[in-house]
Design a binder for this molecule. Sequence first.
Ligand code: ZN
Length: 187
Amino acid sequence: MSLELVYYGHPALRTKGSTIQKIDHTVVTLVEEMIETMYLYDGCGLAAHQVGRSLRLAVIDVATAMKDRPSKAWKDGVVIDIESITPLVLINPEIIPLGKKTIYDTEGCLSIPGVSAEVDRSARVKIRYQSLEGKLLEIEAEGLLARAALHEVDHLNGILFIDYLPQKELEKHHPTLQKLQQTQRLQ
Ligand SMILES: [Zn+2]
């Protein structure tokens, strides 16, 4: 079953997610439904907040975009196949930027349809998370995977990609954002 998305203006998008203490069947079902929802809307990532749940949980699929927007990942210094970690389920994730290099690239968000913009993000990151089986894992990532993980972990802290835009650019998107806010309020 797919879930209903919440849009810009929904309070859940501005909350800090709670840590998942126990990976029980409710969490497993939520993960399955979030993955289904991410695919239904053609997203490369989805945070629990975007389905109105304020939890430290996100799912990512960057394999589909591999041709146009490649990703690289390492585990213990060894390159790993992106397909083998797709869909990626991040429970209680933490992100540590590695090095000073940053890259500007286009981002969008399923909760803010109609808005896309260039965002400057760390080029390489370490992602520390729990798998659905409760294992503590650590991978390093570059490319779209690094960007998607940073974007999703931001969601878990109530941060949206538009928060990084310079005032002038944000103003350009004001009408779209206002419309989303109004629609969200009427629901
Ligand atoms: Zn998003």
